[in-house]
Design a protein around this ligand. Structure first.
Ligand code: SF4
Ligand code: SF4
Length: 85
């Protein structure tokens, strides 16, 4: 509670499981597109099926990159993030 990941707001009903958010987040942290290195997870039954759960790990600092690259509006910045997005 109270850390910066709370800057991110989720509308999981809009998520299609494309994992673009995880790829972009991992690139920020590692310079590679490695979903396992992302600061968020998208879990669900499979691609393009709906019913996904989006969770943020402790290392998420609310930079807003995932929200900026989500084409479906499933993640938004609840407050201004550290990167000014
Ligand atoms: S939150 Fe957005 S970018 Fe991430 S998997 Fe869902 S639809 Fe794709
Ligand atoms: S806000 Fe930034 S650090 Fe947090 S999950 Fe999104 S891209 Fe990763």
């Amino acid at each position: 509670m109270g850390n910066q990941k709370k800057r991110m707001a989720v509308n999981s009903n809009s998520c299609v499981g494309c994992v673009t958010c995880m790829l972009r987040c991992s690139y920020r942290f590692s310079g590679t597109y490695s979903p396992a290195l992302a600061a968020l997870t998208v879990a669900g039954p499979g691609p393009l099926t709906g019913g996904f759960t989006i969770s943020f790990l402790d290392k998420c600092d609310g930079c807003g990159i995932c929200a900026a690259f989500c084409l479906y509006g499933a993640i938004t910045a609840a407050e201004k993030g550290g990167a000014g997005l």
